[in-house]
Design a protein around this ligand. Structure first.
Ligand code: SF4
Length: 349
């Protein structure tokens, strides 16, 4: 029996780092027994660091208008079939109030890059109002790429965290997923700026995105190991019917779980969501994500009337639940595997 991958998993657990070549051996040679082996170790680490507690974040998808045209995304600007919407400030605050009642202590404000209508000054005001209304809560922003001054303004207004998936750490691969007007360097610089400004910073990628190779994944792991984000969002690629990638195959459920475990082994205290995409590709996927080392779940707090319109990929789950349904569903799903949803900001340790 060739134990190379298990040996490398053992090395990762001890040293929290592998070389690019070692990552290539992992991605080129793993099988289901390696995945189970990594999951067992990752779960043990997650239990040691965060216990059987699951942090929940309430996502408010306040605008599905985006100036960008990423090839994989259902709300890209060229998708004329998307029904666009924008929530006003009061609606955003109401979503947070409702979320607070349901036990959420982190609000994630997410949108397309819609800076013409939601400039940093307006967002800063919204952040300030949320923090005034709920001083015990964390605010996470997921607004896309902004310049340092804007990010500083938002940080000074009280934003605690920022999510910006890098999507791929391989520049050539980046160019296959995004139009030429978008810049790999700008995305990476933005991530560095976020960390410098003191945000708890989240990076992340889609597993199985079109043209992704083992080399790309090795590059992603090396990047994540060097950058050490506080959070990593990882979900399988899921095609959307109105995008150029409509006929591309879905990412692998198993590989997504495996990479979650590898991230936990590499960065033991990282905040690791079992993403909605994981729950969409397979029923019970989020629970399996937790059993593979994830410790965060991000239910939707957006008004039910707009949820179906924030369709980044086909068949997204949770689009017809209301806030309390989403919360209860997650609680039940987690209780079934011996985990407990807790009412806390759930900061990075
Ligand atoms: S992935 Fe983000 S930036 Fe790209 S089109 Fe979609 S919402 Fe816009």
């Amino acid at each position: 029996m060739d134990n190379t991958v298990k040996k490398l998993i053992g090395k990762l657990e001890e040293e929290h780092s592998l070389s690019r070549e070692e990552w290539l051996s992992v991605f080129g040679g793993w099988d289901d027994s390696d995945r189970a082996y990594a999951a067992e170790k990752a779960r043990a680490i997650s239990l040691r660091v965060y216990g059987n507690k699951i942090f929940i974040r309430g996502i408010v998808e306040f605008s599905n208008v985006c100036k960008n045209d990423c090839f994989y995304c259902g709300i890209r600007r060229s998708n004329t079939n998307a029904q666009r919407y924008r929530l006003d400030d009061e609606e955003i605050l109401m979503c947070c109030d409702e979320g607070y009642e349901q036990g959420f202590r982190t609000f994630v404000l997410q949108s397309g890059e819609d800076f013409a209508v939601y400039p940093p000054e307006r967002m800063a005001d919204i952040v300030r109002r949320i923090k005034e209304a709920h001083p015990d809560c964390a605010v996470t922003l997921s607004l896309g790429e902004l310049e340092r001054d804007a990010l500083k303004l938002l940080k000074d207004a009280g934003a605690d965290r920022y999510l910006l998936r890098h999507e791929t750490a391989d520049k050539e691969h980046y160019a296959k997923l995004h139009p030429a007007e978008m810049s790999f360097e700008h995305r990476m610089n933005c991530l560095r700026t976020l960390k410098e400004l003191g945000y708890q910073t989240g990076a992340g990628l889609m597993v199985g995105s079109p043209y992704q190779t083992n080399e790309c994944l090795a590059e992603d792991m090396v990047f994540l190991g060097d950058f050490k984000p506080h959070m990593i969002g990882i979900g399988p690629f899921l095609p959307h019917k109105d995008t150029p990638f409509r006929d591309m195959p879905k990412g692998s459920y198993e590989l997504t779980l495996f990479i979650l475990s590898l991230c936990r082994l590499m960065l033991p205290d990282v905040l690791l969501p079992a993403t909605t995409a994981l729950g969409t590709i397979r029923e019970g996927g989020r629970a399996q994500g937790v059993l593979a080392g994830a410790n965060v779940i991000m239910p939707n707090l957006s008004p039910t009337a707009v949820r179906k319109k924030y369709m980044l990929y086909n068949d997204k789950i949770g689009t017809s639940d209301n806030t309390s349904d989403s919360r209860l569903k997650v609680e039940k799903e987690m209780a079934e595997i011996g985990y407990e949803v807790v009412i806390t900001r759930g900061d990075h340790i």
